[in-house]
Design a protein around this ligand. Structure first.
Ligand code: H2U
Ligand code: ZN
Length: 347
């Protein structure tokens, strides 16, 4: 039997070349009965304006700030920032065991639209392009601050992923040191002759077993080393290291793939599909980092229905991450879904 068929049947380890970590895949296990936690079926937000929402136009936020009557995107400094720009410098190091240092940073929130009821999957493409434009501006503006070395843009969608509010929005944390995931990836990109993701895309294009969707500028794959059941990786087809290198068509193309993958996610279990998504881009520490390849990760927790999620506990916390369905079967399911949102086809 070919090795790939055996891997589809038997427990095996897969290597993540971006983080240089292993994950355990147990394809035979997806059939087991489940008597664990059942999540409530989340309904999409129904009102376009919620007077109690701190992100809706014209409403009050914490600390007495009032949102303007914004009509497209709206960016503001997080009222409860995890990082502060003016933290006093201090460091301790006791025998290499008690090691700490102050960290400076800037945290912002980006509202995608004034419409409280929408999500990336349901926003018009042009509105998502406005969001991409806001991200590019923020990457440039924050990245230009001399002590900012990394600009992390991320969206938590849904209660299950800790989002505090259904109003479409994301966060940006820009800080003075490189976060762990970016550091691992940077080392992986630097440790190879050619570009890791250009080479990976070339392999995926010949096999096509894990490609979920693509357009002229971006390919979405269920990566070979995926950990979360329906995890995907959005990779620019052109080698570019950050959003500041987008050509005009690439902003629209990114909006297109983001809308399509989030629509398919919603369609999978006919539910507003929770996820954490975010971009990994070139550090803004002044280095060239030409070898870094721009991409986005989608980490969604759902496994078998709107109600059954994957838990990263037990062996995952103590050993290695583990998954029950293969990346190939996840790609096949996502690839077969429509680009038309289930709420729109129902009308
Ligand atoms: P999340 O939904 O991903 O938690 O993002 C919302 C952010 O909005 C969160 O980081 C901030 C929270 O600190 N926030 C404000 O800045 N002002 C408010 O009035 C409430 C929440
Ligand atoms: Zn709102």
């Amino acid at each position: 039997m070919p090795a790939s068929d055996l891997l589809a049947q038997y427990p095996h380890r897969r290597f993540n070349p971006l983080t240089r970590e292993w994950i355990l895949v147990s394809p035979h296990r997806a059939k087991r009965p489940w008597h664990g936690q059942v999540e409530k079926h989340a309904e999409p937000a129904s009102v376009r304006y919620d007077p109690g929402c701190y992100l809706c136009p014209g409403n009050m936020r914490a600390g007495g700030h009032r949102n303007p009557a914004y009509e497209s995107t709206f960016v503001f400094d997080n009222d409860f920032p995890a990082l502060l720009p003016d933290a006093q410098e201090a460091a301790v190091d006791e025998s290499g065991l008690l090691v700490a240092e102050t960290e400076r940073g800037i945290c912002r929130v980006v509202c995608f639209s004034p419409d409280h009821s929408l999500s990336v999957s349901r926003l018009p493409r042009e509105s998502i392009e406005d969001v991409v434009e806001a991200w590019v501006e923020q990457y440039n503006e924050l990245g230009a601050i001399p002590w900012i070395r990394s600009v992390q843009i991320f969206e938590n969608r849904g209660d299950m992923m800790g989002a505090s509010n259904p109003h479409p929005h994301c966060q940006i944390w820009a800080n003075s040191t490189l976060p762990g995931e970016l550091s691992k990836e940077l080392a992986a990109f630097g440790g190879r002759g050619g570009c890791l993701l250009c080479d990976y895309l070339a392999i995926e294009k010949t096999r096509r077993a894990r490609i979920v969707l693509e357009n002229d500028a971006f390919t979405v794959v269920a990566p070979f080393w995926a950990v979360w059941p329906f995890e995907t990786l959005v990779i620019s087809r052109r080698h570019l290291s950050a959003m500041d290198q987008f050509e005009p068509g690439e902003r629209g193309a990114l909006a297109d793939v983001l809308k399509r993958i989030t629509t398919r996610y919603d369609n999978l279990f006919e539910t507003p599909f929770p996820y954490t998504m975010g971009f990994h881009q070139r550090p803004t520490d002044g280095g060239a980092h030409d070898g870094f390849h721009f991409h986005a990760h989608f980490y969604p927790p759902l496994l078998r229905s709107a109600a059954v999620r994957k838990f990263m506990v037990g062996y995952e916390m103590l050993g290695n991450p583990q998954r029950d369905i293969t990346a190939e079967s996840a790609a096949e399911r996502l690839g077969a879904l429509s680009d038309r949102h289930y709420l729109e086809t129902a009308r």
